[in-house]
Design a protein around this ligand. Structure first.
Ligand code: UTP
Length: 303
């Protein structure tokens, strides 16, 4: 069956970005001028996805408004002859995919957010895409997973090697064997293991292709780490009855779910943005000189 549907969970509390996320979904924070969720929707479309369900939290209407039309703004831009900006605004509405919304009443975890997509998915294979991770590669990562699915007809998660001391921030796989280059059979999926217990450095990153059998498991899934319904735990159970593969992503991943990653991504994206790249590059070089001088002038710290 063709993979046509995607779920974008965006109902987390986003506590790492408070107070910005008090009234705004984390997924609406912009990288220079584009909300992270728009990058995700564009990746979905470029991968052939037709229907997207966004799972929203409380007071987060901003996501719906972002993909809706904005008649007053459009009239204003038109009257002022700002055609390029007008087109940019219209592109967020005529985005070429259907977008649906559902609310997650309580932020009970990623697994709980995905569970709410059951009737929308209606028995089809589907992808889950997290706004925390922006991916860049020649072929979009979601398309890479769909291509693997067409070969294997099995669930498949994207993974990437992370520094060993960071594994406890992720779901991690225990790889059993490498089936073909970068495609692993998995013994176990472990959510946020202690560094000393981590079965590998291959961390689950924010793209999952899942078969619909995951919903029966999620319906009965008990809370796990952090007292939340964990998608990783449900996937580990699924793996006991049908194969779940891991696909190693070799492109660039930008983790925008934490403050440093967010700042880093903003700089990287800024360095490719036609309006600011030259100025930003010159600024960074000047800043680096100033920081070097400051470091040279600071006496070394005594222990
Ligand atoms: P995170 O744990 O990264 O998001 O969840 P968070 O909880 O919003 O962030 P912090 O840790 O408090 O800063 C991964 C993804 O799952 C969604 C989030 O929106 C994010 O995209 N999520 C998480 C939900 O939709 N519902 C939940 O109950 C939890």
């Amino acid at each position: 069956m063709k993979v046509r549907k995607a779920v974008i969970p965006a109902a987390g509390l986003g506590t790492r970005f408070l107070p910005a996320t008090k009234a705004l979904a984390k997924e609406m924070l912009p990288i220079v001028d584009k909300p992270t969720i728009q990058f995700i929707v564009e990746e979905a479309k470029a991968s052939g996805i037709e229907d997207i369900l966004i799972v929203e939290g409380k007071q987060k209407r901003s996501i719906e408004d972002h993909f809706d039309s904005a008649p007053e703004l459009e009239q204003n831009l038109e009257a002022k002859g700002k055609t390029a900006l007008l087109q940019m605004v219209k592109d967020t509405t005529d985005i070429g995919v259907n977008i649906f919304f559902v609310r997650q009443p309580y932020p009970n975890g990623l697994g709980d957010a995905v569970r709410l997509a059951k009737s929308f998915i209606a028995g089809e294979p589907f992808v889950v895409m997290l706004g925390d991770d922006l991916m860049q590669d020649q072929v979009p990562l979601t398309k890479q997973l769909i291509d693997e699915y067409e070969r294997t007809h099995a669930s498949i998660l994207a993974v990437k090697k992370v520094p060993h001391n960071e594994v406890s921030a992720y779901g991690v796989i225990d790889p059993e064997s490498e089936v073909t280059k970068g495609l692993y059979n998995v013994r176990k999926f472990v959510e946020k293991p202690a560094v000393e217990d981590a079965p590998s450095d291959l961390a689950i990153i924010g793209r999952y292709l899942l078969t619909p059998e995951i919903f029966d498991i999620l319906d009965n899934q008990k809370p796990g780490k952090g007292n939340e319904i964990q998608l990783t735990d449900a996937i580990d159970t699924l793996n006991q009855t049908q194969r779940v593969f891991a696909h190693e992503f070799t492109g660039d991943r930008y983790d925008v779910g934490n403050k440093f990653g967010f700042v880093e991504t903003t700089i990287e994206y800024g360095l490719t943005h036609p309006e600011v790249k030259d100025e930003l590059r010159a600024y960074i070089l000047k800043l680096a000189d100033r920081l070097r001088q400051e470091d040279a002038a600071t006496p070394p710290q005594q222990d």
